[in-house]
Design a binder for this molecule. Structure first.
Ligand SMILES: [Zn+2]
Length: 232
């Protein structure tokens, strides 16, 4: 096996990040086994049996070292785990137009915890870039993760009501490059993360560009923990 480098810190890398968070999968599906598999669909194939949440099908091919995959990004994973859980179990149930306040979600340090949850999506975004080969500079992504700061050009948007085959959708879309220059540089790209019908849209757009898709986005630099749920 050829040695590969971690795209975040540059060390030797052996692991791949889970595409959909394991805690999110077990919250939604409970338990999978040899006898009770799930069915997995992606853009390459449909109805593949999934018999374990450790399955290769669920891992990104982008390499990350174990330090980055574990201790370095653990606060980010944990913050998303909590946010995901609270949004899905929100009372009253979230619908398009619902207003969420981070300080009602996180009992303390809500500003920092929202930034951490956002950084979880920066980690997945970097994996998407590596995997797809899209011409987007990875350096600001690794810098954000290493320094625990936001990426100036990545926005997120929360939506609800996403369906797949009539049931609440869970999983992750591929990276979609919305706008590319003649030389192939990507100006705008986006993808979605779905968990039981809750959708997080993650958007990269270069400085100085505008797009209607940016309506309703949240970014840590806005300095507010308030966001509005959109329609998926
Ligand atoms: Zn690393």
């Amino acid at each position: 096996m050829t040695s590969q480098k971690c795209w975040i810190c540059g060390s030797d890398a052996t692991t791949g990040e889970h595409k959909t968070k394991r805690s999110d999968l077990s919250d939604v599906f409970g338990f999978v086994s040899q006898d009770e598999p799930l069915y997995f669909h992606d853009q390459k194939s449909k109805n593949r049996h999934l018999r374990s949440f450790k399955s290769k099908l669920l891992h990104s091919s982008a390499r990350i070292c174990s330090k980055c995959n574990n201790e370095r990004t653990q606060p980010y994973d944990r913050a998303w785990e909590e946010l995901s859980n609270k949004l899905r179990n929100h009372n009253p149930k979230l619908k398009p137009g619902s207003i969420v306040r981070a300080n009602k979600i996180f009992s303390s340090n809500s500003k920092k915890r929202m930034l951490d949850a956002y950084l979880y999506f920066i980690k997945l975004f970097g994996c998407h870039i590596v995997e797809s080969g899209a011409l987007i500079d990875l350096e600001p992504f690794s810098k954000a993760l290493l320094e625990g700061r936001f990426h100036p050009n990545v926005y997120i948007k929360f939506k609800c009501g996403a369906l797949f085959a009539g049931a609440p959708r869970t999983g992750m879309s591929d990276l979609e490059t919305v706008q590319i220059t003649k030389s192939g540089r990507c100006i705008m790209a986006l993808w979605h993360y779905y968990i039981d019908g809750l959708a997080v849209e993650v958007i990269y757009i270069e400085e100085g560009y505008e797009h209607p898709e940016l309506k309703g986005v949240w970014h840590p630099r806005f300095g507010t923990g308030r966001f509005v749920i959109g329609a998926a």
